[in-house]
Design a protein around this ligand. Sequence first.
Ligand code: PXP
Length: 251
Amino acid sequence: MSNLLRLGVNIDHVATIRNARGIAHPDPTRAARMAAEAGADGITAHLREDRRHISDEDIERLSAQIELPLNLEMAATDEMLAIALRHRPHAACIVPEKREELTTEGGLDAHGGENHLRRYVDEMVQAGIRVSLFIDPEERQLVAAHRLGAPVVELHTGCYAEAGPDTWEAELQRLASAAALADDLGLECHAGHGLSYDNVGAVAAITNVRELNIGHFLIGEAIFGGLDSAIKRMRALMDQARAEAAGSRSA
Ligand code: PXP
């Protein structure tokens, strides 16, 4: 099994800052190019229904101008499906979306929403897009994702990231068990949400996890030390945790 752990850099909040002024600066596509130079393996962008950060034009420019694989995060709606089929990004991650939420709160209910989701997964898989479902680390959600034929799941790490000292380990264990089950089911496992320098190591050490998608912390940290340095440090922490986990397994 490959020990590789990819880093997908989510550039949504470059667009949040740009949109605060309604001008063209700072440009998410420029951030994507910098992320590539700093060692990112992919670029993630969430085109929300209300276009609060990433715009349709951003998706067009990212699709045309960046060489890294693009992971389009999207709600399961006909509008988003049409956009995904038009641009055919490398990957599309289906996320739950409510207009009033600040960020993606909780995973997609793949179990309860199986009938609704099937057409979106089928059409994008048929179009050659690598479909992922953003789910909580729960057995029934993984089983539903498998039944739906999605090749990838992304585990929502929000509960882990927000856990206090009493619940941290249990939340980490939930992620590790879910990642192991994903492997058993033949699903590629990704993870993300709320990851930072302080909490990334333990998730990176789960060797069944193949990719982490990280945004808000990196863009926030870029204010203080630059995007290049933030991404390089995150990458180094991920690589170190992964190497240590691989070392302790073979010891
Ligand atoms: N993965 C998914 C599916 C997301 O929707 C998000 C953003 O909410 C992230 C990862 C990145 O989360 P964050 O910005 O907290 O790093």
